[in-house]
Ligand binder design. Sequence first.
Ligand SMILES: Cc1cc2nc3c(=O)[nH]c(=O)nc-3n(C[C@H](O)[C@H](O)[C@H](O)COP(=O)(O)OP(=O)(O)OC[C@H]3O[C@@H](n4cnc5c(N)ncnc54)[C@H](O)[C@@H]3O)c2cc1C
Length: 378
Amino acid sequence: MARILVVGCGFAGAVYARTLAEHGFDVHCIDQRPHIAGNAYDYVDENGVRVHKYGPHLFHTNNEKVFRWMTRFGAFVDYKHKVACRIEGGKLVPFPINRDTISQFFDAPLSDEASLEAFMARQRRDIAEPANAAEMLESKVGTTLTDTFFRRYTKKMWDMDLEDIHASVVQRVSVRFDRQDLYFPNDAIQVLPRDGYTALFGNILDHDRIRIELGVAFDKRMEKDYVFCFNSMAIDEYYDHAYGDLPYRSIRFHTEHRNTSDCDHWPVVNYTDMSPFTRETRWHNLPGHHVTPGPKVTVTVEEPCDYRDNNLERYYPVRTNDNKYGPLYERYAERAAADGGRLKFIGRCGTYQYLDMHQVINQSLSGVQKWLQTQKAA
Ligand SMILES: Cc1cc2nc3c(=O)[nH]c(=O)nc-3n(C[C@H](O)[C@H](O)[C@H](O)COP(=O)(O)OP(=O)(O)OC[C@H]3O[C@@H](n4cnc5c(N)ncnc54)[C@H](O)[C@@H]3O)c2cc1C
C-alpha cells in the first residue's frame, strides 16, 4: 500500500498516522525530538512525580466526537482545573476573578452578589468605547485589578503592553459574582489521561502499519520516497523563511524540588509580581501525577521568552494588534496550496495558529477524512 510520511508525533501527526494506517496506508512517522507525544509529552521523574515536559496540558472540550476518539486509546480521569494567583504578601487567591478573589484581595467582606456589584461599581472606570485592552479591562474590573492580574502577566507572556493589544482580545474577561472557581467553567469534558499522555500516544501510534523514527529531522529529500507528506513542522521553516520569519513566544521551564509538606492543594499558581516568571505547576496536585509519593515533589516554573532565545522552541504564534503576521502566513499557505499535490501542513506550527489539543484533534480528524475522500475520488 502507498507510503505516507508524517512529520511530527504530536496530536496532529498521531491522528493522521493512526487514521491513515487504519485505512491501509503504510505510515512512516518521524520526529526530531527523542520522544513521541509532541508538546503533550510527559514522564515520571526522580521524585516519582509525573511532569509534562512542555508545561501543564489540561484536556478540556465540549466536543464529544474528539473525546470518544481519544477514549479508544486509553483511560481518563476527571479533573476540573483550578488556578490561584499569588498576590503581594504571598496570599493565594482564586483566578479567574470571582467574589472570593475580590474579597480576599481587598480584604473586604463581600457576602453576596449585591455587595460585590456595589463594590465593583466603585472600581470600574467609565469608558464608553475602550480603545485597547487596557481600557477594556479597566472598564470591566478597574485599574487596580487590571494592573495586578493582567498587566504584568501580559507583559511577561507576550512582551506587549495592554495598550498595544486590541480591546476585543479581553472582551470576554469578567468578574464572576459567585464563588465558582473553575478555570474552564464552560467545558463539559475535563479529563487527564490516567496513565499520562506519553502512554496514550504509545497506544495511538501502536499499529502494524505505523513505523516511528525519533531524533530524525525532516529533510526535503525524504519526500520523493512517499506518495504524500503530512507535515507539522513550522511552515516558514519548510520554505527556508523565504518571505520572512513567523515569530513565536516560547517558555523556558525551570525545575524546582520542594518538600512535599511545604505545598498546598493548588496545582497551578500564577505570579502577579514583577519577576520574569509567569506561573508554577505543582504536578503532584494533579490526579494520577504523584505516582510514587516521596519526601520531595517537583515544581516547574515558567519564564516566557522569544523562541530565538529558547533553541527555536515554537510554542505560541504571535498575534499583534495590526495582525502583521497574518498576511505573511497567508503567503506561505498559498505557496503550500500550490504544492498541495503531495504535501499538506497540519497542526499548530504547520498552520500558524494557537490550538488547544481538542482543536488539533478535531481539525486532524476532519482533515484526514477529507484527504481520504480525495483519494477515493481520484
Ligand atoms: C506551554 C503550553 C501549554 C499548553 N497547555 C495546553 C492545555 O492545557 N490544554 C490544551 O488543550 N492544549 C494546551 N497546549 C497546546 C498543545 O500543546 C497543542 O494543542 C498540541 O501540542 C498541538 O499538537 P501539534 O501536533 O500541532 O504540535 P506539537 O505537539 O508541537 O507536535 C509537533 C511535533 O513536530 C515535531 N517537529 C517539528 N519540526 C520538525 C522537523 N523539522 N522534523 C521532525 N519533527 C519536527 C516537533 O518536535 C513536535 O514533536 C499547550 C501548549 C503549550 C506550548
